[in-house]
Design a protein. Structure first.
Length: 320
């Protein structure tokens, strides 16, 4: 079974596709396109690679002009519109989750084709893109993409540790991120964990932590006094206090696209990834596999001094 790989942002829509082709004849590099009239079945089963759990109810689901799939009548062109629930995590506690889309195509003329598209669904907004590294390193093999993506993720998580805050991004008013805070009685300010914040969607103060039935505070009772601090207005009573008693829903964070990351942070991340590639080699060069995400390979811990300095500026509230 042939396998392709692509990185997706968890909880976001996307599109996957290509040209459906017959097996190539002897001496040919690729087969002819399969017209829709010769397709008897085109199905996908989407599972969480870690435990085999079905994702978004997609079990042997037809994509023949149904369930977000579309096939061209004559060209063999195939598109599958990936939905939010296809990339959203079904487990908890990890920055990424791999979803396997297993396709089965059967033709009226008797051919049966199977292939897998592995979806690396990440909650981390990367600080640079695979194409940034590819364009910056002339000798990089496109087959190293998975390894490079893992190094970009390692650099991004290191930046979060240095910044002492989450740089996850793309949270909107319709799909905000939720933070729960423990506060002292009468406390009037909270340092948010996600940054930057573009809008406070809601603030709830519940002595019992029952936010489902708690009414949100009036939007006039609080504001962001600094880009990282939420503060109650002077004429508003402080929080009631207690463990897990304040819920914040926030919009903001680094944008989903690496192109929206501050330029010096993006360049620093590219340099760091290339440094790791040059000093530690790659799985392809050593025969190791990282396709299962269980490889013992890990990015070297040492950061270039200039990269560490760039990441420390993230503590200084750089606007997007």
């Amino acid at each position: 079974m042939d396998t392709t790989f692509e990185r997706y942002t968890a909880g976001e829509t996307a599109e996957y596709g290509g040209v459906l082709r017959y097996p190539p004849a002897a001496g040919d590099d690729e087969g002819d396109p399969i017209p829709k009239s010769d397709i008897a079945k085109l199905e996908v089963t989407l599972t969480n690679a870690a435990d085999g759990q079905i994702v978004n109810g997609r079990e042997a689901q037809s994509l023949l002009d149904a369930n977000d799939g579309q096939v061209n009548d004559t060209s063999g062109g195939f598109r599958w519109k990936i939905q939010r629930a296809d990339t959203d995590h079904v487990g908890e506690g990890f920055d990424f989750e791999e979803h396997d889309a297993d396709f089965v195509l059967e033709t009226v003329s008797g051919h049966r084709l199977t292939w897998r598209h592995r979806m690396h669904c990440s909650r981390v907004a990367p600080l640079c893109a695979w194409t940034d590294v590819l364009l910056s390193k002339a000798d990089l093999d496109p087959g190293e993409r998975l390894w490079v993506e893992l190094l970009i993720g390692a650099a991004t998580r290191t930046a979060e540790e240095i910044a002492r805050r989450s740089l996850r991004g793309g949270y909107t008013e319709a799909h905000p991120v939720t933070e729960v805070h423990s506060v002292r009685r009468g406390q009037r300010s909270i340092r948010v964990r996600h940054w930057p914040v573009t809008k406070i969607v809601s603030v709830k103060d519940s002595l019992t932590g029952d936010f489902e039935h708690a009414a949100p505070l009036s939007v006039t009772s609080y504001a962001m006094s600094t880009p990282e601090t939420l503060r109650l207005r002077d004429d508003v009573t402080g929080f009631q206090g207690g463990p897990g008693t304040v819920e914040l829903k926030l919009a903001g964070g680094f944008a989903r696209s690496a192109g929206a990351v501050p330029e010096h942070i993006r360049v620093a991340t590219i340099r760091q990834v290339i440094h790791w590639l040059d000093t530690s080699g790659s799985p392809a060069a050593t025969g190791r596999s990282v396709g299962s995400m269980s490889s013992s390979y890990a990015a070297p811990s040492a950061l270039l001094p200039e990269v560490a300095a760039a990441y420390r500026t993230l503590r200084s509230r750089i606007p997007l």
